[in-house]
Design a protein around this ligand. Structure first.
Ligand SMILES: Nc1ncnc2c1ncn2[C@@H]1O[C@H](COP(=O)(O)OP(=O)(O)OP(=O)(O)O)[C@@H](O)[C@H]1O
Length: 445
């Protein structure tokens, strides 16, 4: 047989003809042929999700392609990047989807949030791949699909992309996207207006239900109850459910156990902040779509300034664009530096107040600022209080006694103790790390 590369090129062409561009880019482009033996071809893929997809959906086509090219029957073995070579896992059993023949236009999708406009990077590769699987094979493999991660990292974008892709493949599908607040409001209105049946018909007849930011279900007992039944009805019918949150279900305070366990039935994928290359690629794509001429070094400069939140990154580009329009000059790195000067975070943002930190921590852990400042020593309050003290110490320039006094007149040694305790826990507790990162990001918004 010719070498592995000619074979691979042949397979690539074959897949290029038969797959959509986004599928090709996701599955084929990310795969690397590693070795050819008498009986196998070994292919490296980026994640277990890619491996599953290959095994479930592309297996017969690749075997066929190899046979066409070489006349040999080889079995592909998929190896996950950076992992030891695995056995061939058994493909997941697929179920059939029931048909739906209503045309549904009111999906509430943002036309800009598609797979085409989504830039894939290390932090979102797995989430993107899972999103594509779900759009193409709703209700079968990953149900529910749960995205979690910090603010402005593309969770909503991916959800909408799933909706668009599914409607493109099945124009009659009924797709519904709502924020968790909309779900809660619709439910409450249906009680007030005695239209509960209509509400249930609406939510339980969709093929794809996407609910954004479900951390806001915390504290809403009745809504959780209703969502539980909506979830069950859809799941039993093998309809796809996609959810997002800023944290994992078991980290959402006051979320019912039975919901937590159901959310774990499917796949939970986190989205982490993009690295520099991805940030540059996002800016470049955005600049191209807006037909902006921006030199590469300027894009790198902007991407280097804003590192945690893509929404802010886009905001920076808009700012630079506006600045250049006002000045009537081209966009250059020095112009970008001038435009962004006032929004650049300093080492320690001095404007941040202890009160703002108390509010952010209180909101996250569902305790009041009064409780944070009070003396109650229950665990649900003590830890958030210590976190708020810790953040006041590291994110502001306030003195220890000043911080103590802002926490209901506590001694400065209490603040030192809180700081040291949280700093120590942070070293070994990834959950706490993520929680604190989320709070810090919300303070930078
Ligand atoms: N990988 C990406 N490629 C291109 N644009 C992206 C990407 N990720 C995010 N964006 C853009 O960043 C902005 C913020 O993304 P999005 O609203 O999806 O974030 P989010 O994670 O849902 O945030 P929140 O938690 O605040 O709801 C959007 O304009 C989105 O299009």
């Amino acid at each position: 047989m010719d070498d592995i590369y000619s074979l691979w090129r042949y397979l690539q062409e074959k897949f290029q003809e038969s797959l959509s561009k986004v599928s090709y880019d996701t599955w084929i482009d990310s795969a690397v042929p590693v070795r050819l033996t008498d009986t196998n071809i070994i292919i490296e893929v980026p994640s277990s999700l890619h491996k599953d997809y290959w095994q479930n959906n592309l297996m017969s086509r690749i075997v066929e392609g190899i046979y066409e090219f070489s006349g040999k029957e080889l079995t592909p073995i998929f190896m996950i990047k950076n992992e030891e070579m695995p056995d061939i896992a058994k493909p997941t059993v697929k179920r059939n989807n029931s048909n739906n023949n209503r045309l549904f236009k009111d999906a509430q999708l943002n036309s800009k949030y598609t797979f085409d406009t989504f830039v894939i990077g290390k932090g979102n590769q797995m989430a993107h791949a899972a999103a594509l699987v779900v759009a193409e094979e709703p209700g079968t493999i990953y149900n529910p699909l749960f995205f979690y991660g910090g603010v402005g990292l593309g969770k909503t974008h991916l959800m909408h992309a799933i909706g668009h892709q599914m409607l493109q493949l099945r124009p009659t599908a009924k797709v519904k996207y709502v924020s968790s607040e909309t779900f809660a409001n619709d439910f409450i209105n249906s009680i007030q207006n005695r239209t509960q049946e209509q509400f249930r018909n609406e939510y339980r007849s969709v093929d794809l239900l996407m609910v954004d930011d479900i951390q806001f279900f915390a504290d809403k007992e009745g809504t959780q109850e209703e969502f539980f039944h909506t979830f069950n009805a859809l799941y039993d019918e093998r309809k796809q459910i996609v959810l997002t949150s800023d944290r994992l279900p078991n980290e959402i305070p006051k979320l019912q156990e039975r919901l937590i366990s159901r959310f774990a039935w499917g796949l939970s994928v986190d989205i982490t902040p993009p690295d520099l290359e991805t940030r540059i690629a996002i800016l470049r794509k955005k600049a191209n779509s807006e037909r902006l001429e921006i030199p590469d070094d300027t894009l790198s400069y902007i991407a280097g300034q804003i590192d945690s939140n893509i929404r802010e990154l886009e905001g920076a580009l808009v700012r630079v664009q506006a600045y250049s329009a006002i000045q009537g000059t081209d966009i250059t790195t020095s112009l970008a530096a001038d435009a962004l000067k006032s929004i650049m975070p300093s080492e320690k943002p001095k404007a941040l107040s202890i009160y703002a930190i108390q509010q952010a921590v209180g909101k996250y852990y569902h305790v009041t600022v009064e409780e944070l400042k009070g003396k109650k020593r229950t665990k649900g309050i003590v830890v958030p209080r210590q976190i708020a003290m810790y953040l006041s110490r590291v994110m502001t320039d306030n003195s220890l006694p000043k911080i103590g006094s802002e926490f209901g007149g506590k001694d400065h040694t209490t603040v030192i103790h809180a700081h040291d305790k949280i700093a120590l826990s942070l070293k070994k507790d990834p959950v706490l790390q993520r929680e604190i990162e989320t709070i810090q990001n919300s303070l930078k918004k």
